[in-house]
Design a protein around this ligand. Sequence first.
Ligand SMILES: [Zn+2]
Length: 254
Amino acid sequence: MIEMDSKNIHISEELLRDYSLEIISNAARARIDNHLQECDQCSAVLEGLKLAGEEVLHGEDFMADLKSRNLELIQQNKSAAANPNRLGSLLKVAAVILILVAASVAILLQRSPAAQDLVSQNLTQPYAAPPLERGENSLNENWQKGIEAYRSRNFESAVSFIQESYNQEANDEKEFYLGLSLLYQQNSEPEKAAVHFENLINTRYSEQALWYKILAYYLSGEVDSCKTSLEKIVSSKVHYKKKAAERLLKKLNP
Ligand SMILES: [Zn+2]
């Protein structure tokens, strides 16, 4: 019922997860695309991973939703059973359900507690880097190097260059990227980062600063401050992270 791919071995769950999060190389993506076209099994696992990912975003509705999807498929199976020609597809659907549920449950168990995951998820993709400025200028040399380091995700190096540049001549942009780099670096320094974001609350970075201050508070274990700021976003009319704030607040106030 499930056609095995003779040319390639199956794609690991790990790799499929990276694929669904779009954090793999183009070459790997092309190889997986090809395999998925021929392999129902890996496609089903991918589907399960996507559903589990949705759960992280949308909360507890997921299990209910998954159940109703399965009920639908089971209903289809019952009507298919009346027709012997469709027995093959019945078995195929049953196998897909099993793989889908197994994969989703595995991910769900692995992804607890949920608030922590939401926060890490929001820090997976670094905030867009500022454009590189043209022209030689010793005054902005550290800033240029800082941006380059930030772009190549070398956040430790970004912290030291941007800090240096900030000490020479401070501005909001440097403050913002210094805060981000402190947050993203391997040995994250969320307390220091929060101070920089706090300084930006009444600047053109105010929305972003409030959001990243929340993530920094969470990582510092200051959950109460985190909730207070989340409530500020949730009760605001428009904020670019309003949806994400609502989700995180729901996880913190179960
Ligand atoms: Zn496969």
